[in-house]
Write a protein that binds this ligand. Structure first.
Ligand code: ZN
Ligand code: ZN
Length: 490
């Protein structure tokens, strides 16, 4: 019998005849290294079921064949799958298959926005998984023995490329549905609905501290070196420092040309109009806020319309470099923060784990504290410049809701496919200026004349609002919405 097993695992590609090997007992597919066809083990023997595109240049220290240890258990990298989302085809990512032979387990590891995630297939709860059409970003789902989870993202994706041995049979190019879910304390999971013909599968896991994984070379697991330190603007040739290593879209601060970062280069998309105001904190400026070293890497002007009146505010994307902040154990690639300024009032905006927030619609709970619904607007991105970790677009819209609590404001930004929460706390310009080594006594930053012009109107509106609130019930929800100070966590 043993000989048969070995023969079964070492075979030849039905498409091109090259030798292929199913690396572990449960492998159902292997990508032929010669012709790139997916070779599947089926009831009727081996079948070539579609051809993978060439691998995309997404760097990783976890190449197929690399081995090491995770929490004392040996692992070996057996395969990887590269995917993209249908709403962001130029932002592919990859998931890497680790086999832990001593435990008989398979884990998927992925790197995104400075963090490593590990997930493993788990049995669906007794009642099955909820239908994908019922899922909305921000809603809570009960996975029985696996506990309560929050839907973070719902979308369509497809397999673009891959290599090595895989526990399932991917169909290159086929659109499949998925939902990413988030639980407390960095737990993470995915519901894979496939093409809808088979029951969905559940993958659960969480953030992993990269120090728990060591490669046999003795090297620690480091962030993939994805980008050069600087790139040239494809339009004006300006030198654009790549400060985060995670940029997906860059808008040149000199000429306004938007570019995508693909394959280690910038590909121009086209010009964007320049922001009407200069950022109060220059791009590339370094500082220290809340004991974290930060670099200003992006600037946005966003606005909303309330009863025919436009209210604009400005947001600064800050990058905390690797091992810079206080909570860097799981974020080897650094972390992001925001500063938000409206009419000279500043907020420090820190992204939250979706799974740490309990969203009840009219209120949210965070760390045992309750934040109550304050206002909701549609926030539109009007101007952007700098480097961003997502495919930022002019005109991008999200439903932005604020919940007020004692510790500050929980901001929820919701798009049809995704939800993001942030905690916003007031900050004085004096402290920001000191942190960045800027003059404290400078003119109110950012706002400029347009903000001053609406200020008078806003005061009248506030007075009216106060009167209306006083005249109605204790619950002021119905009249809220004049001042929006939404955070921009993405
Ligand atoms: Zn082949
Ligand atoms: Zn340029």
């Amino acid at each position: 019998m043993r000989a048969v097993t070995i023969l079964d695992r070492e075979t030849s590609c039905p498409s091109c005849g090259a030798p292929v090997r199913f690396a572990f007992a449960g492998a159902r597919a292997v990508v032929c290294g010669h012709c790139r066809f997916v070779v599947a083990r089926t009831d009727r023997g081996l079948q070539a079921v579609g051809r993978m595109a060439d691998l995309l240049a997404i760097p990783t220290p976890l190449q197929v064949g690399v081995d090491g240890r995770w929490r004392g258990n040996a692992f070996v990298v057996e395969g990887r799958v590269q995917m993209d989302r249908t709403d962001a085809p130029s932002a592919p990512w990859q998931e890497i298959l680790l086999s832990l032979p001593e435990l008989g387990q398979l884990w998927w590891i992925a790197y995104a926005q400075g963090r490593w995630y590990l997930t493993k297939e788990e049995p669906a709860p007794p009642g099955g998984l909820p239908p994908v059409d019922a899922l909305r970003p921000g809603m809570q789902i009960d996975l029985g023995p696996h506990g309560l989870w929050v839907v973070q993202e719902v979308g369509w994706r497809r397999v673009v490329s891959g290599e090595g041995s895989l526990p399932n049979v991917p169909a290159p190019g086929a659109l499949t549905r998925y939902a990413d879910i988030s639980g407390p304390k960095g737990r993470f999971g995915t519901l894979d609905y496939g093409d809808g013909r088979a029951p969905p599968t559940l993958f659960l896991g969480g953030l992993v501290d990269p120090r728990e994984l060591t490669l046999s070379s003795g090297a620690p697991l480091e962030a993939p070196k994805a980008q050069a330190a600087a790139m040239e603007c494809p339009n004006c040739g300006g030198n654009l420092p790549m400060l985060t290593g995670q940029a997906e879209r860059v808008v040149c601060q000199y000429c306004g040309t938007a570019s995508d970062v693909t394959g280690g280069k910038l590909a121009a998309l086209g010009p964007l109009p320049r922001p009407p105001v200069e950022p109060a904190i220059a791009l590339g400026r370094q500082g220290k806020l809340h004991d974290e070293p930060v670099i200003c890497v992006g600037f946005m002007v966003r606005a909303c319309w309330v009863e025919g009146e436009r209210y604009a505010w400005r947001e600064y994307l800050l990058f905390v470099p690797p091992s810079g902040g206080a909570e860097q154990t799981a974020a080897v690639g650094g972390a992001f923060r925001w500063l938000m300024e409206e009419d000279g009032k500043w907020q420090w905006v820190k992204p939250l784990e979706v799974g740490d927030v309990r969203d009840h619609g009219q209120s949210v709970e965070l760390g045992g504290a309750v934040y109550r619904w304050k206002q909701q607007v549609t926030a539109v991105t009007e101007h952007v410049v700098g480097e961003f970790y997502w495919k930022v677009e002019q005109g991008e819209q999200v439903e932005a809701t604020e919940f007020q609590g004692a510790a500050g404001i929980v901001s929820r930004e919701r798009a049809p496919t995704e939800v993001v929460y942030s905690l916003c706390t007031r900050m004085r310009w004096r402290d920001i200026a000191t942190g960045f080594g800027l003059p404290v006594g400078a003119a109110p930053p950012g706002g400029g004349q347009s903000a001053r012009a609406v200020l008078g109107v806003v005061f009248i509106v506030i007075i009216l609002a106060v009167i209306v609130v006083a005249a109605t019930t204790m619950d002021g929800c119905a009249v809220g919405g004049f001042f929006f100070g939404g955070g921009g966590g993405k």
